[in-house]
Design a protein around this ligand. Sequence first.
Ligand SMILES: [Zn+2]
Length: 398
Amino acid sequence: MVTTHVKRAFKYRFYPTDAQAAELSRTFGCVRKVYNMALAARTEARTRGERVNYNQTSALLTLWKKTEELAYLSEVSSVPLQQALRHLQVAFTNFFGKRAKYPRFKSRKKSRRSAEYTTSAFRYRDGKLTLAKMSEPLDIAWSRHLPEGAAPSTVTVSQDAAGRWFVSMLCEDPTVVALPATDTAVGIDVGLTHLLTLSSGEKITNPRHERKDRARLALAQRRLARKAKGDGANRAKARRKAAKVHARITDRRRDHLHKLTTRLVRENQTLVIEDLTVRNMVKNRSLARAISDAAWSEFRSMLEYKAAWYGREVIAVDRWFPSSKLCSNCGTIASTMPLHVREWTCDCGTTHDRDVNAAKNLLAAGLAVTVCGAGVRPQRSSPGGQSATKQKTPRREP
Ligand SMILES: [Zn+2]
């Protein structure tokens, strides 16, 4: 058994003093400002056919701090600002690697309010965490302990739309060790009616209460939309209300996804999922779809990091094949497959549940890639002869 040193984020709520809240709000503002200015500089350079890298944006930051109108950037800890530039670098790397859209500006209202501190910008001693530019430690609600002897390497502070403060600490967790290998594999299909459908035939539903919460969220959003622009106080109240319902949905969803991903990773050596990068490039439509897409990307990242912890493999395949129409038994492709058809019978006599069939097809495609490409993830790099997986995916039928 291989012992891997796994880094794991431990997230807690905390309750800042007024001075800490003010300092953090100022820092969030500066992080956003620096990110946006660096993005503008990089975008502008691109129009001239040049590329600006992280080091150059870092040099720009030094210059900005020396100007009169941006001198306030020096008042907050410099580390979160540097980290913002690193995040932008990652966003560009993902963009160049065709894994993400072109980076977007952070808006004051909609973007996540967060700041990341590395070791030089915080002190963690005797269970107390103190951030740069602060005299007192944060008042953290320790809902669970950090692993024995753990020392955080990165600390991220954030505030959600409902106004709650969180601190996430990245630590090595010596309790995580690879699981014994098994030979089981599973295909996982994502849907709207069911959260997930497995190739084994199991259907996993959305967390309880979610339907009700969604209806509440839709109502809160309609109320928010109706509030006149001029009516500041009521509008702010309506916005907080909507944010609270949204936070409850995502909290419950996250708990559910944690249990689910842990179970799937424990039970299976190979997990085949669909690469939805392409689908995610499409602008969003319904509320249900928006939530389901958010859950899916969270599910995927949990699955991937837990697989790495436990020595499992996640394969993401491009949906280049008509998975809903393809018979997983004989390989015949049905001519049409309207959305309302949940069950169909192929000419070979097999009756399929639409989603289970799709999950089985995903699994087969994923396993084919493992055999040919020794586990290479098809959308990142394709071994020779696997041209089908390289093909750009036509948009998947929902
Ligand atoms: Zn068939």
